[in-house]
Design a protein around this ligand. Sequence first.
Ligand SMILES: Cc1ncc(COP(=O)(O)O)c(C=O)c1O
Length: 413
Amino acid sequence: MDIADCREFFPSVTTPLPGGRLPIYLDGPGGSQVPASVVTAMTGYYLSSNANTHGAFWTSRLTDRTITEARLAAADFLGASSPETISFGQNMTTLNFLLSEAIAGTLKPGDEIVVTELDHEANVAPWLRLQDRGIRVRQIPLRDDGRLDSDAWAHTLSSRTKLVALGWASNALGTVNPVAEIRQWTRQVGAWLLIDAVHWAPHGPIDVGALEPDFLLCSSYKFFGPHVGILYSAPGRLEALPTLRVRTQNPHPPYRIETGTLNHAALAGVTGAINFIAACGQAGETRRDRLQDAMKRIYAYEHRLVADLYQELLNIPGIRVYGPPVDDNPRTPTLSFTVDGCHSAEVASLLAAEDIYVWDGDFYALGVLTHYGLQDQGGLVRIGLAPYNTAEEITRTVEVLAQIASARGSKRP
Ligand SMILES: Cc1ncc(COP(=O)(O)O)c(C=O)c1O
């Protein structure tokens, strides 16, 4: 399927609101819309496979298969060599807290963890709390251009660094970090690298086989699936960690960090979402090949749209865009801005009145907001594009934003 044609598979995107207008979903970084096939997969689980795991009977066996299929699908999506490297949880944040607790059990006072000012709280708070146990948490600062200060790595990393917790892409600014380069630097000091790929996963290909992170996390509701957190652990990593577990829990990966019963229907949805993405790929024999092709196509499609949006926003007097420019460098299709003289919550409300859905605020990227001093402004307004968005939607959004900015401009002294 052509990326431009994928829209028709999303009922929420193509069904008019009671007033007759189609909603414009620009809220993707907060969670994408879901294709009908994912809903069918989830309801199908409840209709024909609903049971707990490892029973002697048919539906229990189907449930075991549902879970195995989800691990295989996620392994294909991430480029992992085996399904045993894939663990599931409630969401990325919860998995990361469980992981931080387990990793803390291997650290001693004076050891260091490096986080960044660009990251989402889900990849900062789990590490900051370890300061109570004598672990030093250091931070790579953000520059005004929306990128991390690359010079800071050299004097922050040392033999004391045990872990670097890094976002692949910023959900607030669309910045894409040079993860492969940072992997080399962490290797030089013998530190583990944990990647928060939640915001990158919907927008570009991931290959853990090539990148070789120690851990990588993402969340299926950002890429057309239900609310499930996914953790990739490099072979050998999870076994070594004292995870929180009940005595009856399987102590081996991938189960070692999976506390309690998983959301089986949602896992059927994870497989559905990954199969949907694979169907957007046109080249390749295997699902992994098609997924990689699909993610490249999604990236190219979204990049064209966001490049137009970026130019249009720059041309509207009173709008200030934050984060790196949209050029040939890697970037996600996420643009954040402020409108002079208008609180960001009000901009979002004025857009919502036109059935244009965007987020405003801090998006849990507290470091970004503090860096730019945007608290009084109500943070940023964020437009996040997805493959189901169209050029017409961008045109309409720009039109409304120009009206909002010009109405505010005429009120300014
Ligand atoms: C970059 C990033 N990391 C982590 C998270 C947290 O993910 P979850 O909602 O699955 O806990 C989010 C959620 O918005 C995010 O955008």
